[in-house]
Design a protein around this ligand. Structure first.
Ligand code: FAD
Length: 261
């Protein structure tokens, strides 16, 4: 079985967010981590490999430093890493991102493509299903459990406070939830292998059946009008009133003072 896991390097938002004047994230200057849902997707692939035997390839699109998440994945047990990086792919929205990743996947053989449900920076949860659409693959999203039965996947799809059991014929695409599992740690041997591992690097020229008009910032229908880091407000004012009425009157007074009402 051949599994490809799409992993995204995302800013570790705990360290604060830096924005470029054009509204895109200044990814080069921020600490970066593997997107949590993608790590669960990778762990799911590694468990299928342990159980059924599989070759696990990890693929990321991003700046050259995104190779770091591929090495982390190899240190966890992935077999191969592919970095898709090219200046013309920069500033991509979800349409351009999914077009790029689909163009890369067309060079690969796979039975299963796993993406995260959502990236913690863009937060759109659009790329996974979009990749499936580009490649004409069945897609099951919000996976909280994955099993293989011959040429089919059996997936528990999270749905509010319950789940649906869905099956799809392979090849297909699954989007993974971080609730799916507790990802394993990198092993010392794995870290050593990851340092030695050769990362395959692809650029625009290696993408199959994609048009320039659908790539990068220029090929992105979504234009970010303005992006800003949320302003951290000071602590609110604590009111101790003798009675609820007094409290309400005090708040109304404040609203009037601030011309809210
Ligand atoms: C604050 C902010 C708001 C944004 N809003 C929008 C918007 O409204 N519309 C829009 O089109 N774009 C938007 N973008 C741009 C968007 O983040 C990028 O297009 C991004 O590459 C993909 O979207 P996402 O982060 O929402 O990913 P999601 O759709 O949430 O990602 C789902 C999964 O797809 C895979 N994946 C996503 N990106 C990559 C990658 N580069 N490499 C490998 N796998 C990947 C991962 O497995 C990931 O878990 C926004 C970006 C930011 C920072």
């Amino acid at each position: 079985m051949k599994i490809v896991v799409c992993i995204k390097q995302v800013p570790d938002t705990k360290g604060g967010v830096k924005i470029n004047p054009d509204g895109t994230l200044d990814r080069g200057s921020m600490l970066a981590i593997m997107n949590p849902d993608d790590k669960a997707g990778l762990e799911a692939a590694l468990r299928l490999k342990d159980q059924y035997g599989a070759e696990v390839t990890v693929l990321t699109m991003g700046l050259p430093k995104a190779a770091d998440v591929l090495r982390e994945a190899i240190a966890m047990g992935a077999d191969k890493g592919i970095l898709v990086t090219d200046r013309v792919l920069g500033g991509a929205d979800t349409w351009a991102t999914s077009t790029t990743i689909a163009g890369a996947l067309r060079n690969l053989e796979y039975d299963l493509v796993i993406t995260g449900r959502q990236a913690i920076d863009g937060d759109t949860a659009q790329v996974g299903p979009q990749i499936a659409e580009h490649l004409g693959l069945p897609v099951i999203s919000y996976a909280q459990d994955i099993k293989i039965d011959g040429d089919k996947v059996i997936v528990q799809r999270q749905y509010d406070d319950r789940y649906h059991v869905l099956e799809a014929k392979m090849p297909c695409l699954i989007t993974a939830l971080s609730e799916l599992n507790d990802p394993r740690y990198m092993t010392p041997g794995g870290i050593f292998d990851a340092c030695e591992a050769e990362i395959t690097t692809w650029g625009r020229a290696d993408l199959k059946d994609v048009e320039d008009c659908n790539l990068g910032l220029a090929g992105s229908p979504t234009k970010i009008a303005k992006a800003s880091d949320k302003v951290r407000k000071g602590a609110g004012e604590k009111i101790v009133a003798d009675s609820p009425e007094d409290g309400v009157n005090y708040i109304i007074g404040k609203f009037k003072e601030k011309h809210v009402i």
